[in-house]
Design a binder for this molecule. Structure first.
Ligand SMILES: Cc1ncc(COP(=O)(O)O)c(N)n1
Length: 571
């Protein structure tokens, strides 16, 4: 009987060829490369240059593939399908390098990434001294070159620490920048990414670089994110110490002697780093092959940002294997998802994405002039009175939205979470009643107060999204209020510490203290955790993420308009 198989992914995929060694332990070499290529949704082929008997403890032996046979493999692959990119890893010896150099010159329209593998993490020499010289022949063919610090020092001949011992862990950032430039000048026209994993760079060093001199790309977007207080709630869950948080990896991208960018990420304290260089260089090839050249922003930066982010997530999400330096999680699927998975270092990838997606809009809400004046105690009483009356009305709708969430939920966990928050809101209005009573307004008068247009507009939007959309849409429509007030509470607390706001003699003291109090922040935590859990369990498609982000922006805008209403007494 004839069978008919329909492939759901029947389109042609970019072809990535890896020319590298085999790691029997599966942690580095072609094994790492092929897993990475698959995760990126590309097609992987391989040409083996050497077979290592290797595990996470070290390299026990290397069996060199005869040069002729290396070239035969290459001819077989490229005569059948032209690769988009070729990644070069462990090249084993000078003879193989020379033969490859001749052969690669014949292959046109291919982008070559060279990871100059010399020594394994476990300290085994993978490229003999005489072969290093032969690498020079490859330089003119290579577009992207990814040495680590010891490799860059060896290839450039530049000793950043003068007559020092060349210990990479002692390099400072200025040394690294110079090393990246020197390496680039030796390599020639290719773009060099100097991998900074061997050095220890502090946050202070990065922030004391001359302002505007270098483009700095932080792992989690704009460094300004570090000023977002609710995101730092993460340390409560992850247990990461401040010291660990201060230890950074800086990868330096340089072309034509010019520093293009510094990629800064937190150093992940992990033993699972075997295969990092292989994964990164392959991810660069895949990222090049899959990233649209017409997309937003600089194409090269996007390629490297994606590849570095992918590798970081691979380290952060590594699972235990073997007894030594374990492999990273080469094949995690974050590239196929719109968001990276939550990890110890970034437990809130979704919230980070939302805030980062329009940081100025978010700041215009959480650091609104209404909030600033409230913190200083200079906010006119009638503005606050108008706001608190309207907020009382808003919170009724907001509690209803949570009750609707409990109705829509299909797990006890979600029902409990929505109900808890609804109950919390019902308690939160005690403060509103208390403030109004102190202004001589009774609860009955408060109830009778007509709703203002900004209040009605916001409440209608939240209830509308909640009614029409699915439960995730509803989560989204209530999130910016909860998270934003947590941010306002924490931000004002910080302003008090900095002397920019005051509690003493401030009639808004109770309001300020309530929103940074344990009770409210606990509700914020529950809200954030539920949102992240939902997203992690059922990662959104690009289209769904775009819809959720749009709801978030709309709510943030309406929140900002709510402060405006208070400040301008809008009815
Ligand atoms: C076959 C092969 N290729 C590359 C490496 C380097 O990887 P690492 O530096 O993580 O040991 C390796 N150990 N084995």
């Amino acid at each position: 009987m004839a069978t008919c198989s329909i492939s759901l992914e029947s389109g042609k995929r970019p072809h990535i060829l890896t020319i590298a060694g085999s790691d029997s332990g599966g942690g580095a070499g072609i094994q790492a490369d092929l897993k990475t290529i698959e995760a990126f949704g590309c097609y992987g082929s391989s040409v083996l240059t050497g077979l290592t008997a290797q595990n996470t403890l070290g390299v026990q032996a290397v069996h060199e593939v005869p040069t002729d046979f290396v070239i035969q493999q290459l001819e077989s692959v490229v005569s059948d399908d032209q690769p988009t990119c070729i990644k070069l890893g462990m090249l084993t010896n000078a003879s193989i390098i020379q033969a490859l150099t001749t052969k690669l010159k014949e292959i046109k329209n291919v982008v070559i990434v060279l990871d100059p593998v010399m020594i394994s993490t476990s300290g085994h020499t993978l490229l003999p001294e005489n072969a290093i010289e032969a690498l020079k022949g490859l330089y003119p063919l290579v577009q992207y070159f990814t040495p680590n610090i010891p490799e860059a020092i060896r290839l450039s001949g530049f000793r950043p620490d003068g007559d020092g011992d060349g210990d990479a862990s002692k390099l400072n950032l200025e040394d690294m920048i110079e090393l990246a430039k020197q390496t680039n000048s030796v390599i020639g026209s290719s773009t060099v990414l100097l991998k900074g994993g061997h050095a220890n760079i502090s946050r202070k060093e990065v922030s004391s670089l001359p302002k505007g001199k270098y483009k700095i790309i932080w792992e989690q977007g704009d460094d300004d994110l570090d000023t977002i207080e609710v995101l730092s709630l993460y340390s409560r869950y992850s247990g990461i110490s401040k010291k660990e948080d201060d230890n950074l990896v800086v990868d330096i991208l340089v072309n034509g002697g010019e520093i293009i960018a510094l990629f800064v990420s937190r150093k992940i304290n992990s033993k699972s780093t075997h295969g990092t260089g292989c994964t990164l260089s392959t991810a660069i090839a895949c990222s090049y092959a899959t990233e649209e050249s017409t997309g937003e922003g600089d194409h090269t930066l996007r390629i490297f940002k994606k590849a570095i982010g992918y590798t970081q997530s691979a380290i952060a999400s590594a699972y235990p294997f073997g007894n030594g330096h374990g492999p990273l999680n080469h094949a995690h699927l974050s590239v196929r998802r719109a968001l990276p998975p939550p990890t110890k270092h970034n437990p809130h990838p979704f919230l980070s994405h939302l805030i980062q997606s329009n940081l100025p809009l978010w700041k215009s809400y959480v650091q609104h002039p209404f909030v600033v004046q409230l913190g200083k105690g200079t906010l006119p009483k009638e503005c606050f009175e108008h706001y608190i009356k309207q907020d009382y009305h808003y919170l009724k709708h907001y509690a209803r939205a949570h009750a609707l969430g409990a109705y829509k939920a299909d797990t006890f966990q979600d029902i409990a979470a929505f109900t808890k928050i609804a109950a919390h809101i019902a308690k939160e209005v005690d403060k509103h009643v208390w403030y109004c009573e102190s202004f001589g307004i009774s609860r009955a008068q408060l109830e009778a107060e007509p709703e203002s247009s900004p209040c009605a507009a916001y409440a209608r939007y939240v209830i509308d999204v909640g009614t029409q959309g699915d439960i995730l849409d509803l989560y989204m429509s209530v999130a910016s209020c909860l998270v934003g007030y947590g941010e306002v509470g924490l931000w004002l607390q910080k302003q008090v510490e900095l002397g920019e706001a005051t509690l003493e003699g401030n009639i808004y003291k109770r309001w300020m203290q309530d929103y940074c109090g344990e009770d409210f922040l606990h509700a914020v935590e529950i809200g954030i955790e539920n949102l992240e859990r939902r997203i992690a369990e059922d990662p959104p498609t690009e289209a769904k993420l775009a819809r959720l982000t749009k709801i978030w922006h709309e709510c943030v805008r309406l929140e900002s308009a709510f402060w405006d209403m208070g400040l301008k007494l809008i009815k």
